[in-house]
Design a protein around this ligand. Structure first.
Ligand code: TK8
Length: 353
């Protein structure tokens, strides 16, 4: 009895606002005992939220995360404190996602590509040459298909609050410009840990080597691999120009970021707290995408100025690359579900009309 009283005092009387919000309801002590173990009915508690990403603070993803932290603080009257960790300080995409599932980290914003081992449907965003412009990708991600994929996440102990942007990926390497399908031959290219990327680069005759993101710079520097592929702002932010000579504007695939919250943590939040995180992720995401597009445009000139040799890739050559990769894509489309793949192409066609 004594114990129960102490718990009640700590849980309800001390945070006076919570007394009204979470523990009120006329004398039944029941709601007090649920406050620490499961979702409170309402109210905002003091919480510290660890949010880690793979990219640097100066990258649009880092700036978006910073904005998210500010918005959450604002909306919660300073009670919810998001602590951002940049540059894979807490680990790479896969490791941080596992930490969310285990409940030892609250938020991460990884590329969808390394999640495909768990959630195979995300592989549709690894198909090369599906999107030509950002707005086509956004239509798919923000529409019913993107939503459907977010709904797969809770079964994996994750909650998805929407998609941020890494963007169109381009190839860099230390050997020669890549302008034709044949130019891939023999190049040792670091890819994300993703089967579609692996098989697509193999089909082009390259020698792909899957690797976590934080290992890429030193692998390029030591020439363990010849090249890598990432969006321009990411190439710039991670200073790959210091260890790579050639930048080929392949725009071969658009890969998104997915905003993830650990379900174990999410289930402890009140509906008000959940709404704050939802709203802040959407608002900061809009800001992040806009900034990302500006940065991607600026980065090309900056990388040239930094000494990279840049070449464009013609539409004809891209079509040839697409043709070579087609058997790989057909195979994965079967595995993922051809309806889902068709839904994606239909949505893109709608935007193009
Ligand atoms: C950052 C990664 C990265 C991705 C990669 O955490 O691994 O190449 O493009 O941006 O998600």
């Amino acid at each position: 009895m004594k114990k129960w009283t102490r718990k009640w005092v700590v849980g309800c009387v001390v945070p006076a606002l919570l007394l009204l919000a979470g523990c009120g309801g006329g004398g039944g002590g029941g709601s007090a005992s649920t406050a620490s173990s499961s979702a409170p009915a309402s109210g905002i508690q003091e919480r510290t939220i660890k949010a880690g990403i793979g990219l640097n603070e100066d990258h649009p993803e880092g700036q978006g995360l910073k904005k998210f932290a500010e918005l959450v603080s604002e909306k919660s009257g300073g009670k919810l404190k998001v602590i951002p960790y940049y540059a894979a300080q807490l680990g790479d995409d896969k490791k941080m996602t596992e930490a969310l599932q285990a409940g030892t980290q609250e938020i991460t914003i990884p590329s969808t590509s390394p999640l495909v081992g768990d959630i195979k449907e995300y592989a549709i965003f690894d198909f090369p040459f599906v999107f030509n412009e950002e707005k086509e990708a956004h239509a798919v991600l923000d529409g019913p298909l993107g939503q459907k994929l977010l709904e797969k996440l809770p079964a994996h102990n994750l909650i998805g609050l929407g998609y941020w942007e890494n963007g169109f990926r381009n190839l860099t390497n230390s050997k020669h410009p890549v302008a034709t399908a044949e130019d891939f031959k023999g190049l040792k290219i670091r890819t994300m840990q993703n089967q579609v990327h692996l098989e697509a680069f193999s089909a082009l005759g390259a020698n792909p080597s899957p690797m976590a993101f934080s290992e890429v710079f030193s692998a390029l520097e030591s020439r363990t691999v010849d090249g890598q592929e990432n969006p321009l702002a990411t190439i710039k932010s991670n200073k790959y120009n210091e260890v790579q000579k050639y930048l080929s504007v392949t725009k071969h695939v658009y890969t998104p970021f997915v905003f993830l919250v650990g379900k174990k943590f999410w289930d402890k939040l009140s509906p008000e707290e959940q709404q704050i995180l939802r709203d802040a992720a959407a608002e900061a995401g809009k800001y992040q995408r806009e900034l990302n597009q500006t940065e991607n445009q600026k980065a090309l000139d900056e990388l040239k100025a930094a000494g990279m040799e840049v070449n464009e890739v013609s539409a004809e050559e891209k079509a040839r690359m697409q043709e070579i990769i087609k058997p790989v894509i057909d195979k994965f489309a079967k595995e993922i579900g051809e309806d889902l793949v068709k839904e994606m192409y239909d949505e893109v066609a709608k935007v193009r009309k």
